[in-house]
Write a protein that binds this ligand. Structure first.
Ligand code: AR6
Length: 179
């Protein structure tokens, strides 16, 4: 499912983020940049040890911030590592932190002159963010950014399973209806 935001494309696909050919892919990392399971484990496994070598040098990344490394043997030249919040009921600033994780990733891509990037559903796995709420925050943040910045041509959300794809598609339709 593709939608135009001014001159940019916002795309939803079901798939594996490690296979994407965007200039950067985004990793849902932890604050120590120590690797782990989920999409983080898949990216390090597919991209090889040069990604972790750079993560060690960087040392860590606070929740809601983002850092960038090489993409190793991935098709993507770069990996942007961001840290989403652990969902703890919603009264601990989770929404602002999740928005910030997307926004800081987009800002980093712009700062590097990148034109395309792919996101997973940050915080929607181990970190247990309710899927509809996380999808809405993800989509709204990216749509607002693409309206205000013309440099990024493509943002692709890569949803790992059909149910998450359907949730993103539903929230995107609602947000488009609110234009
Ligand atoms: N491509 C796209 N999406 C994926 C892939 C993949 N290859 N693999 C999983 N997902 P999670 P979090 C989806 O748990 O909630 C790690 O251990 C998955 O189905 O990867 O932000 C880190 O080290 C889910 O919808 O990230 C942290 O400690 C989404 O990616 C912690 O987990 C995010 O799930 C971060 O937790």
């Amino acid at each position: 499912m593709d939608t135009k935001i001014d001159n940019s494309t916002l795309s939803l696909i079901q798939g594996d983020i490690t296979q994407q050919d965007t200039e950067a892919i985004v990793n849902a990392a932890n604050a120590r940049l120590a690797g782990g399971g989920g999409v983080d484990g898949a990216i390090h496994a597919a991209g090889g040890p040069s990604i972790m070598a750079e993560c060690r040098k960087i040392g860590g990344c606070p929740t809601g911030q983002a850092v960038i490394t090489v993409g190793g043997s991935l098709k993507a030249r770069y990996v942007i590592h961001t840290v989403g919040p652990v969902y703890q009921g919603g009264m601990n600033g989770e929404a602002a932190l999740l928005k910030s994780a997307y926004l800081e990733s987009l800002r980093l891509a712009s700062a590097r002159g990148l034109k395309s990037l792919a996101f997973p559903a940050i915080s929607s796995g181990v970190y247990a963010y309710p899927p509809n709420q996380s999808a809405r925050i993800a989509l709204k943040t990216v749509m607002d950014y693409l309206r205000e910045h013309k440099d990024i041509e493509l943002v692709r959300f890569v949803l790992f399973n059909q149910s998450m794809y359907d949730i993103f598609a539903e929230e995107l339709r609602k947000l488009r209806g609110n234009l």
